[in-house]
Design a protein around this ligand. Structure first.
Ligand SMILES: Nc1ncnc2c1ncn2[C@@H]1O[C@H](COP(=O)(O)OP(=O)(O)OP(=O)(O)O)[C@@H](O)[C@H]1O
Ligand SMILES: [Mg+2]
Length: 336
C-alpha cells in the first residue's frame, strides 16, 4: 500500500458500495466443480488404490460461473454468457444461477457437447484423485452467435465485459474480434483472464490478467526476477496492444503495467493462506467490477488484490463479501 493516500483508500471503500449497480457481462468457459467427500480406511484388494467410503457430495460453480458468483457476492447482477451441454450438469449450472438470482439468458445449450465438470474425491481432507469430463473443441458457430446476441442485447447499458478463458472452447478468435468490434467507440472496457495459447486472440482488449506462469508461457521465457517480469509486462503490452496488463503473482501479489509506462507493484495483503483455489476468479471479478464502476486501473488492481488476499485465507470459500473487503481496507488504513 506504499504510496497510497488515505483519501484514495476511502474512495476505494465508497466504490465498493456502488458495485451492486455495475452492469457486467461475463463471457467464458462455464465449469461445474464437484466434490465427493469420504473416508479411507483400507486399500482395495483389486488394485493398490484406496477405497473411499463416500459420505457426501457437493457442487459449486466454477470457471466463468465462479467469476459471476464472486460478483453476485458484492450485490451485482452480471449476465453470464457461455455454453453448457444438454445434461444433468448443465441443468445444475442453470439451477445454481437461478438460485443466485441472475439471468440465464446468456447461457447456450449446445447439443452434443458435455458440460465441463471437474470432480475431486476428497478423503481425510486430502484430494485422492481428480477427474475431468469435458470437450475442449471450439464451440459451434450457432453458439458463438447466440453469445454475441446476448451481449448485444445488453450493450446499451453494459459497463464492462469480463472474459474468463479456461481454454474449453468458448473463447475463439472470432468471438474476441466481435466483442472488440461491438465495444469499439464505447466506454466498455474488456478485461480478460487469459489462457495460453489463446493470447493472440486478445489483441486489442483493454486489460489481460495472466498469472506469472501464463505470462511466461506467452513470452517464451521464464520469469524469475523483477527484470524478467518487467520485460514480460512490456512484451505483452506491446504484442497485444492492451491498455494494461495485470500480472498476478500468487504470494507476491500483482503487478500492473500500463501503456503509458507506469509499473505498479501491489504486494499481497493476505495474512494467512489456507486455500488458493479460485483466487484468480476473485481477482478478475473484483477488478472487472472496479473498472465497471469507473475506478482507474491502479485502484481496481489494489481492490482486487485485497479481495484475493481475503479469499486465500478461507478454506472452501470462493467469494468475498463487501463488508469483509471494506474491513480489510479499513485495517490497512490503520497501518498507513
Ligand atoms: N499464496 C498466496 N499468498 C498470498 N496471496 C495470494 C496467494 N495466492 C494468491 N494470492 C492472491 O490472489 C491473487 C491471484 O492469485 P494467483 O496469482 O495465484 O492467480 P491464478 O494463478 O490466476 O489463480 P487461479 O489458480 O485461481 O487461476 C494474487 O495476486 C494474490 O493477491
Ligand atoms: Mg487464473
Amino acid at each position: 500500500m506504499s504510496g497510497t493516500r488515505k483519501s484514495d483508500t476511502l474512495s476505494l471503500m465508497e466504490h465498493i458500495d456502488t458495485f451492486p449497480t455495475a452492469a457486467v457481462a461475463v463471457v467464458g468457459d462455464i465449469i461445474l466443480d464437484e466434490y465427493v467427500w469420504g473416508e479411507v480406511s483400507r486399500i482395495s484388494p483389486e488394485a493398490p488404490v484406496p477405497v473411499v467410503d463416500v459420505k457426501n457430495q457437493t457442487i459449486m460453480l466454477g470457471g466463468a460461473a465462479n467469476v459471476v458468483n464472486n460478483m453476485v457476492s458484492f450485490g451485482a447482477r452480471p449476465i453470464l454468457c457461455g455454453v453448457v451441454g444438454e445434461d444433468e450438469e448443465g441443468r445444475a449450472v442453470l439451477e445454481r444461477l437461478e438460485q443466485l438470482g441472475i439471468t440465464t439468458e446468456g447461457i447456450v445449450l449446445e447439443r452434443g457437447r458435455v458440460t465441463t465438470k471437474k470432480t475431486r474425491i476428497v478423503a481425510q481432507n486430502q484430494q485422492v484423485v481428480r477427474y475431468d469430463r469435458e470437450v475442449r473443441s471450439r464451440i459451434g458457430e450457432a453458439s458463438r452467435l447466440a453469445i454475441l446476441k446476448a451481449v448485444k442485447k445488453r450493450l446499451s447499458d453494459l459497463d464492462a465485459i469480463v472474459v474468463s478463458d479456461y481454454g474449453k472452447g468458448v473463447v475463439t478468435p472470432d468471438l474476441m474480434a466481435e466483442l472488440i468490434s461491438l465495444t469499439r467507440g464505447k466506454k466498455i472496457p474488456i478485461a480478460v483472464d487469459p489462457k495460453p495459447p489463446n493470447f493472440p486472440f486478445y489483441k486489442g482488449v483493454s486489460v489481460i490478467t495472466p498469472n506469472h506462469y501464463e505470462a511466461a508461457a506467452f513470452c517464451g521465457f521464464s520469469i524469475t526476477d523483477e527484470e524478467g517480469l518487467v520485460r514480460a509486462g512490456k512484451k505483452m503490452l506491446c504484442d497485444l496492444r492492451c491498455s494494461a496488463v495485470l500480472v498476478t503473482q500468487g504470494r507476491e501479489g500483482m503487478t500492473l503495467f500500463e501503456k503509458k509506462g507506469r509499473v505498479t507493484h501491489v504486494p499481497t495483503v493476505a495474512k494467512k493462506v489456507f486455500d488458493v483455489t479460485g483466487a484468480g476468479d476473485t481477482a478478475i471479478a473484483v477488478f472487472g467490477l472496479g473498472l465497471a464502476r469507473g475506478l482507474d486501473l491502479r485502484s481496481a488492481a489494489i481492490i482486487s488484490n485485497f479481495a484475493a488476499g481475503i479469499v486465500v485465507g478461507e478454506v472452501g470459500t470462493t467469494t468475498v463479501k463487501s463488508d469483509e473487503l471494506k474491513k480489510a481496507i479499513a485495517a490497512s488504513l490503520l497501518e498507513l
